[in-house]
Design a binder for this molecule. Structure first.
Ligand SMILES: Nc1ncnc2c1ncn2[C@@H]1O[C@H](COP(=O)(O)OP(=O)(O)O)[C@@H](O)[C@H]1O
Ligand SMILES: [Mg+2]
Length: 235
């Protein structure tokens, strides 16, 4: 079943239109990446799905579980089962691991229990009282994903979760995302510039260039097609 169906999405800011007809389908339980260079419109796409004041949606439809999402408030979209982990990770710096997760639980309609969440994050489980501001970038990214998982979503939107992290942490977070997807049957739409990491976890990839989806390919197709990688991704 198609869980998320973005069709002909056009969106932009006061300064101008950024998306010119984006089509993305995510099936129930699927792990899909949205790849593209800096400025292609990846974050704008995720923000349009998650709702909020920016960007302005100018056209197209965003269907989720058979219902239209665009025009709904962010809390409504969250309560229908979409968790968004933005690029800036948005943990509360002065709160501990447990307090950060509890806040996410308190804001959700049908949350997971904190021990179920922490099972996926043994590292966090060992630093329950540590404040987010004293944690490494990788640990903060884990905490941001833990908060998203606590809301018990059907779809997680992750904006460049590997950015700025050391390779061993990238691999650890790849594993966590794959485990959550597999064991909790949560669909994931992963935005990335890091093609190697996206290929390691996602089965299917949409490539965005200048606000348009220019290719949609399987991992095997992306690996085999150097021309597409070079032209749109520079790798
Ligand atoms: N808040 C904003 N106001 C105006 N323009 C923006 C804003 N956010 C992003 N943009 C512009 O939209 C385009 C796409 O940005 P973005 O979606 O962040 O790309 P990506 O995430 O792929 O790097 C860029 O030209 C960027 O400058
Ligand atoms: Mg971005």
């Amino acid at each position: 079943m198609t869980l998320l169906s973005v069709s002909g999405l056009e969106a932009g800011y006061e300064t101008g239109q950024v998306l010119f007809g984006v089509d993305i389908d995510v099936e129930d339980g699927e792990l899909v990446s949205l790849l593209g260079r800096n400025g292609a419109g990846k974050t704008t796409t995720l923000r349009a799905i998650a709702g909020g004041t920016e960007p302005t949606v100018l056209g197209g439809t965003i269907g989720f579980d058979g219902q239209e999402l665009s025009g709904s408030a962010p809390y409504e979209i969250a309560s229908r089962g979409i968790s968004f982990v933005p690029e800036e990770r948005r943990c509360f710096p002065r709160l501990s691991v447990v307090e950060n997760i509890r806040l996410a639980i308190n804001h959700a309609e049908n949350p997971k229990d904190i021990e179920t969440v922490l099972e996926f994050f043994p590292e966090l489980s060992e630093m329950r009282e540590k404040h987010a501001k004293n944690m490494s970038g990788g640990e903060q990214q884990m905490l941001a994903i833990a908060r998203a998982l606590a809301a018990n979503p059907r779809l997680m939107l992750l904006d460049e979760p590997f950015e700025g992290l050391a390779p061993y942490i990238v691999r650890r977070i790849e594993d966590i995302i794959a485990e959550i997807n597999d064991q909790q049957e949560i669909a994931v739409l992963l935005v990335e510039q890091n093609v190697a990491a996206a290929v390691a976890v996602a089965d299917y990839h949409y490539i965005l260039a200048e606000g348009r989806i220019v290719e949609s390919v399987s991992t095997a197709q992306l690996r085999a097609n150097e021309e597409v990688r070079q032209r749109y991704l520079g790798v």
